[in-house]
Write a protein that binds this ligand. Structure first.
Ligand code: NAP
Length: 338
């Protein structure tokens, strides 16, 4: 147990208040002790992953933070596929690197995404046309209220665009994800369609997993902000899903709008909306929108607070709403404590 910890040390935005009790747990069978400690002392519990997609209130947290840090990764042959079982505390990109090294396909486009394996299903992480749900098989979680383990298969998780059941109110913070199982493919040559990778890949032909990973890592390091240098939590807003009617209206006024088909609707690139509304590279107090990518809010030199970041996000939201009639929804989860 550590008593002198702040969310500033545990989140990639480098903001948030102090934590009353902070526990790192390396074995899933030890979670129950920490849960009971919180219950006996009548303290709220907050389950933390990599801290890379949350924005935590500046107020101090008079409760118990539990971080599951078990990191073991196991690969098991299953005929045409390989089943990977990873503890939730493993670094997501370490898992991708190991899979690519073993020539196992299905997650190579998800290279260099910050965060832990346990957080990946919560967000249904996605990039360059690949999503976690494509290879997801099941996960094991500890149910805090009922103090028992529960398995969730793909259907149970209700995956959607950057969404899962674990982000819904009734499930949010009710489970500690301990273990994730993925099914990776032995024989797989990806064809990538995302133009943004064309600098490093010929999009007309298949590539080795290693080539795809290298291209993704290069493009991400050029286009996105490294949170070690400039604290941030990746894309701040989700890409809004719009109707056919709204798409036509948008294209009429802005023929250059970046719009892509999504199921029976369309998605518009939120970064384009933010840039068009004039926010790319712009500051508000100590925080700003990245110069490189309009969807990333950065906290230079850790000088900003969560309330500074919220204020900037609210300003962006209202300008985008006024200009386009589209409501931006945060992808980053805001965590408020009473
Ligand atoms: P990008 O490749 O230019 O993509 C910008 C946006 O356009 C993305 O949101 C992407 O949707 C969409 N897009 C581009 N080409 C597409 C295609 N062929 N078909 C469908 N949609 C297309 O630049 P980027 O902003 O650097 O993003 C690259 C990838 O990394 C994207 O998949 C993005 O979602 C992902 N990413 C995720 C985060 C995060 O924190 N969650 C941060 C940065 C980038 P999708 O988002 O649906 O892919």
């Amino acid at each position: 147990m550590n008593k002198d910890v702040s969310f500033k040390d545990l989140t990639t935005f480098k903001t948030g208040g102090n934590i009353k009790y902070y526990f790192e747990v390396t074995d899933k069978n030890k979670i129950i002790e920490k849960v009971r400690f919180a219950k006996q002392n009548n303290l709220p519990i907050f389950i933390l992953g990599g801290g890379s997609d949350i924005l935590v209130s500046d107020n101090d947290f008079n409760g118990v933070v539990i971080k599951y840090v078990g990191k073991s990764i196991n690969f098991a042959d299953a005929g045409e596929d390989v089943v990977v079982t990873s503890e939730a505390g493993a670094v997501w990109d370490d898992l991708v690197a190991e899979a690519v090294e073993r020539n196992l396909g299905g997650i190579e486009c998800l290279s260099a995404i910050p965060g832990t394996v346990g957080a990946a299903p919560i967000q249904n992480i996605g990039a360059y046309g690949q999503e976690l749900k494509d290879t997801f098989r099941s996960l094991l979680a500890f149910d805090i209220e009922n103090e028992k383990f529960q398995e969730f298969n793909k259907e149970d998780c209700q995956f959607d665009y950057r969404e899962s059941i674990f982000k819904k109110k009734e499930y949010w913070q009710k489970y500690v994800i301990c273990e994730v199982k993925l099914k990776l493919l032995k024989h797989y040559s990806p064809i990538i369609k995302y133009e943004s990778l064309s600098k490093y890949l010929d999009l007309s032909k298949p590539h080795s997993l290693k080539e795809v990973r290298e291209a993704v890592v290069k493009v991400r390091s050029e286009k996105l902000e490294d949170y070690h240098k400039l604290p941030n939590a990746g894309s701040f807003f989700k890409n809004p899903i719009i109707s056919e009617e709204k798409k036509k209206e948008l294209e009429l006024n802005f023929p250059e709008a970046r719009i892509y088909p999504y199921k029976d609707k369309y998605k518009v690139f939120a970064g384009w909306l933010v840039e068009k509304a004039g926010w790319k590279g712009r500051s508000l107090g100590p925080v700003k929108v990245s110069d490189k990518h309009a969807l990333i809010i950065v906290n230079p030199e850790n000088k900003g607070t969560t309330s500074d970041i919220k204020k900037l996000a609210d300003n962006i939201k209202s300008d985008v709403l006024e200009m386009f009639g589209i409501e931006l929804e945060p992808e980053v989860q805001f965590i408020a404590f009473a």
